[in-house]
Design a protein around this ligand. Structure first.
Ligand SMILES: C[S@@+](CC[C@H](N)C(=O)[O-])C[C@H]1O[C@@H](n2cnc3c(N)ncnc32)[C@H](O)[C@@H]1O
Length: 274
């Protein structure tokens, strides 16, 4: 397989596949060679290397881990949008919040694999719209992602106007401010301050203790193999409080995994109170 004079052999692909799996659990299936090549060939060129033999030598020799981060960033899919799979947010508003409200005002949400932040900001805006006197309550959203680039974008909360098309106009008016660039809007501090954004590789130890009321891990585990999914599902179960909910992506399922969640909606599960 050649791009200009640069080739990605089966051996290169296997090396990259094993590295990615070891670092972040992503299981690159056979057939993804074209994608790997297209995404990494730019990097090979930017480093002025002759090809993937040199690149993989460079990657393995870089003890700082910087190149590994760059490679992982290049190979992960960060596709997201505001109000993506909106039925989940409606369910949180209609079914979960009314049950949480009488419990003393502590509410904990985690967007695990938040990409550039659209998911946690959607949640924060929806919570502000739905809970009166929210600032007097103890409502926090944790948003984490593997990618430092995505974490930095999520932290900034600054988005191109073209990305906010799915947000109801009333929300845009209330929760976004103009910036020095006419093409970009900034999420207002009132919303940003509800969210802690941090870098976390889901394969590493998790520093937070919970319990969480809601965990969204949508369109993240789709790239993981069954044993990795099983480990994550068990950890989510342990971190959720009684009655806590787990949301995964609509194209995902818990089929093939052993778990005690009850399905409440497609791709939405509850940890039944015992
Ligand atoms: C397709 S995006 C999903 C974003 C959002 N949850 C949504 O549904 O719109 C998947 C995200 O998972 C992140 N990711 C992949 N592997 C990860 C890992 N091992 N730990 C943490 N995040 C990971 C990627 O960096 C990417 O931003």
């Amino acid at each position: 397989m050649a791009v200009g004079s640069i080739e990605l052999s089966r051996k290169h692909f296997t090396h990259i596949r094993e590295t990615l799996y070891r670092v972040c659990g992503i299981d690159l299936q056979a057939g993804k060679e074209e994608l790997v090549k297209a995404r990494l060939v730019k990097r090979v060129r930017a480093l002025e290397l002759a090809g993937f033999d040199d690149y993989l030598r460079y990657l393995d020799g870089d003890r700082s881990g910087k190149e590994l981060k760059i490679m992982v960033d290049a190979l992960t899919t960060n596709k997201t949008s505001f109000f993506r799979e909106a039925r989940h947010f409606e369910y949180i508003r209609e079914m979960i919040l009314p049950a949480l409200r009488p419990k003393g005002g502590r509410m904990r949400f985690w967007s695990a694999g938040c990409s550039s932040g659209e998911e946690p900001y959607t949640l924060a805006m929806m919570l502000r719209e739905s809970i009166s006197g929210i600032d007097k309550l103890d409502v926090r959203i944790l948003a984490t992602d593997l990618s430092p680039t995505m974490v930095s974008t999520a932290r900034q909360g600054r988005y191109a106007r073209s990305l906010i098309g799915d947000i109801p106009p009333g929300y845009v008016k209330k929760y976004f401010a103009r910036t020095d660039n006419d093409d970009e809007l900034q999420v207002v501090d009132q919303v940003r301050s509800m969210i802690n954004v941090g870098q976390l590789n889901l394969m590493d130890q998790w520093p937070m203790k919970g319990p969480f009321d809601v965990i969204l891990c949508r369109n993240v585990m789709i790239y993981f193999d069954l044993p990795t999914k099983q480990k994550l599902i068990d950890k989510y179960w342990n971190l959720l409080g009684p009655g806590g909910h787990l949301f995964i992506g609509h194209s995902e399922s818990l089929t093939g995994l052993s778990h005690r969640f009850r399905t409440v909606l497609p791709a939405a599960y509850v940890k039944e109170s015992q």
